[in-house]
Design a protein around this ligand. Structure first.
Ligand SMILES: NC(=O)C1=CN([C@@H]2O[C@H](COP(=O)(O)OP(=O)(O)OC[C@H]3O[C@@H](n4cnc5c(N)ncnc54)[C@H](OP(=O)(O)O)[C@@H]3O)[C@@H](O)[C@H]2O)C=CC1
Ligand SMILES: O=C(O)C1=N[C@H](C(=O)O)C[C@H](O)C1
Length: 267
């Protein structure tokens, strides 16, 4: 079988560099090109410390698409760039696997339609760690029986966006499994702005940013006299790689965009 040729956008970043290592060790995957905003012209293998790969870093995805033929775009960049990259992938006829946060259910559906019309598919996954996907699925199921839910997401302090993509996806999944309810005291007030966290569709989401953290989330479900806590911790970025590999492989046969890795897990 021919290897799947991949362009990695954000290749020098924390996630992108881990994806370069994944591609290097997996026989069925091949690095077609690397894109980053820094280190232009450097060899990506040397840039991420795994030795020369003879793949230079391009400054933009457009340049990379001109330089190399590819099947899949893996994107771990910034929320501001991701939709431009989806447009370029669509025009080039390649399949996106997007980990970058910032896309919600509605936006993904719009893109999905456009990819499907071109006979192309891909994956947008707010979290590629299998444990985190299970945490979201368990939380959605538990909310059917315990609808009072608060989300606490905790990340490293280099993270640009809040709330995290995982918290947004968790809220979307829980929303589908319970009626919107007003949580807390009906007359509660905030003495300090933001004390009760961000509010969306009946949810309170609390975002913690600290050095030393990687990616962690607790979903708290309260009921009379009881509390259920569902927690997931990513302790390093290798935790996301089995999910990225699965998404790249499955992207090759999909039509439209799948939003969330839970749709790729068997029963
Ligand atoms: N779905 C998932 O499982 C996960 C998702 N994420 C998400 O992935 C994204 C990246 O996270 P992380 O790797 O930690 O971030 P980093 O800041 O470490 O990496 C982002 C990289 O993207 C590069 N970049 C930014 N804009 C562009 C662009 N337009 N074209 C090409 N490269 C660009 C940056 O280059 P430079 O440094 O030169 O600016 C940087 O190297 C975030 O949105 C994060 O939330 C993270 C972990 C897991
Ligand atoms: O920025 C990160 O690190 C992560 N981002 C994703 C998110 O926003 O949920 C996934 C994971 O939590 C790590």
């Amino acid at each position: 079988m021919k290897p799947i040729r991949i362009i990695v956008a954000g290749a020098k970043g924390r996630m992108g560099s881990e994806v370069i290592r994944l591609i290097q060790r997996e026989e069925g995957l091949e690095l077609a090109a690397a894109v980053s905003r820094s280190g232009i012209g450097e060899d990506i293998g040397e840039a991420v410390g795994i030795g020369r790969l003879e793949v230079p870093i391009h400054a933009t995805l457009s340049e990379a698409l001109l330089a190399a033929k590819a099947d899949v775009l893996v994107d771990f960049t910034v929320p501001d760039s991701v939709e431009k990259h989806l447009e370029l992938a669509l025009q080039a006829g390649i399949r996106p696997v997007v980990g970058t946060s910032g896309l919600d259910e509605t936006t993904v559906e719009t893109w999905s339609q456009r990819f499907r019309e071109q006979g192309l598919g891909g994956v947008v996954a707010p979290n590629f760690a299998i444990g985190a996907v299970l945490m979201m699925m368990f939380a959605a199921k538990a909310a059917r029986y315990m609808p009072h839910v608060e989300i606490i997401e905790m990340h490293h302090d280099r993270k640009l966006d809040a709330p995290s993509g995982t918290a947004v996806k968790t809220a979307e999944m829980v929303t589908q499994s319970r009626q919107e309810i007003k949580q807390g005291h009906p007359e509660e007030t905030e003495t300090w702005d933001g004390a009760r966290g961000a509010y969306k569709n009946g949810f309170r989401v609390h975002s913690v940013r600290l050095p030393g953290l990687v990616a962690h989330q607790e979903v708290l479900l309260g009921g009379p006299g009881q509390l259920l806590t569902i927690r997931h911790d990513s302790l390093n970025r290798e935790s996301f790689m089995p999910g990225v590999k699965l998404a790249v492989e499955r992207a090759m046969e999909l039509e439209g965009l799948v939003y969330g890795l839970e749709h790729l897990l068997g029963d």
